[in-house]
Design a protein around this ligand. Structure first.
Ligand code: GLU
Length: 376
């Protein structure tokens, strides 16, 4: 084991932005359909402790369908789509309310964020979701995310919250994703019927062999769920976010993780910052912004690009589209995602940010390209 391996047990301690995925079975008692209020109160304490330690915490919480069944008097068996969507509509209110109450006891403000697959597939919606999440986090709120089950039809569904949680981790640039599960990690075989099955503590590389372990029917206590977890790990780790699978049903899972509860860690293969830069750099540019000497210097010093520093706008691009940045001597500086359309950029080029509202007729964003959206 290398030093980085032993450090992994401190993945939570060293993380700055953590996404915690909470499955329905943890929050809702299967038999009664009621909320597991003690468990909820205990994890709210864990979350408050993480917030107090200065971390951003985002929850991806399931449970809307499980809670909604009871509220609508539907059976605990598999439901047809329209019934599960109706259950989600009722249960989501209850779910969000439960989180808001539990976290308010610790002085924390919650925010409900409901998304569908399209919100990450479409770049403009993705960037918008990212901006909203970062604003919520900057104001200390705890976003409670779920799929918008009531309106999501099959083609636009994540379908499972493991996948949704991985996407949220990527969108928000989180450095740790914790899946609270009914298993304590990935095994080489099914520990129920294979006495030689080994628990895997650390996975640095998701090889086809690892995928096969997760994919075997019934392996690793998976109930078919381990495969989606390993897929989630692929998404997260490639974007610089480590992922932990641990057993979550006992009270205080995050506290237990800190004190060494058994889990599997998938280590990140890059950092979120570098992954995002590569993502931006790989896009096809839709236009060019020529910048003046002042802006050129500012960009080299890690600043955002303001309208004032633009001398010329080429091409036709929309908000969120990638554009090339060019220095006064014609050298290409890199590219970034524009926060204005080409038409708007032409109008505000060379102007101070405070003049934007007068020129465009509405108060726009102060920067044309934010430094987080640039690959130089
Ligand atoms: N979004 C669903 C719910 O809140 C759960 C999906 C999942 O747990 O994977 O009920």
């Amino acid at each position: 084991m290398t030093a980085s391996h032993s450090d992994q047990s401190d993945a939570l301690a060293s993380a700055t932005r953590v996404v915690v995925k909470i499955g329905s079975a943890l929050l809702v008692d299967r038999k009664t359909g009621d909320l597991r209020t003690d468990w909820l109160a205990a994890i709210a304490e864990d979350i408050a402790a993480q917030k107090a330690a200065g971390k951003d915490v985002i929850l991806v919480s399931s449970g809307s369908i499980a809670l909604g069944r009871g509220l609508l008097g539907l059976p605990q068996t598999a439901l047809p789509l329209e019934q599960s969507q109706a259950a989600a509509a009722c249960g989501q209110i209850r779910l969000a309310h439960a989180w808001a109450e539990a976290l308010a006891k610790h002085g924390l403000t919650t925010a409900q964020v409901l998304v569908t697959l399209e919100d990450s597939a479409d770049r403009r919606r993705y960037l918008n979701a990212r901006a909203t999440m970062s604003t919520l986090l900057a104001h200390g709120a705890v976003p409670i995310v779920n799929e918008n089950d009531t309106v999501a039809t099959d083609e636009i569904r994540y379908g499972d919250n493991d996948r949704l949680a991985a996407q949220i981790a990527v969108t928000t640039g989180a450095d740790l994703l914790i899946l609270l599960s009914d298993v304590d990690g990935l095994y080489t075989g099914n520990p129920n019927d294979d006495p030689t099955a080994q628990h895997l503590a650390i996975i640095d590389d998701i090889t086809p062999q690892i995928e096969a372990m997760a994919g075997d029917a019934g392996s690793g206590l998976s109930k078919g769920g381990m495969k989606t977890k390993v897929m989630a790990a692929k998404t997260a780790t490639a974007s610089g976010c480590a992922m932990i699978i641990m057993h979550g049903a006992d009270n205080h899972p995050l506290q237990r993780l800190t004190s060494g509860a058994r889990h599997t860690t998938f280590t990140a293969t890059t950092d979120p910052h570098a992954a995002r830069k590569r993502w931006i750099a790989a896009m096809k540019s839709q236009g060019t912004l020529h910048v003046d000497e002042g802006a050129n210097r500012a960009l080299h010093n890690g600043k955002s690009l303001l309208p004032a520093g633009i001398t010329r706008v080429e091409g036709s691009f929309g908000r969120g589209d990638p554009v090339t940045l060019r220095a006064p001597d014609g050298t290409t500086l890199g590219q970034g995602l524009a926060r204005y359309t080409a038409e708007e950029a032409r109008l505000i080029a060379g102007h101070q940010s405070r003049e934007i509202e007068e020129i465009l007729g509405y108060p726009g964003r102060a920067v044309l390209i934010h430094r987080d959206d640039m690959a130089l």
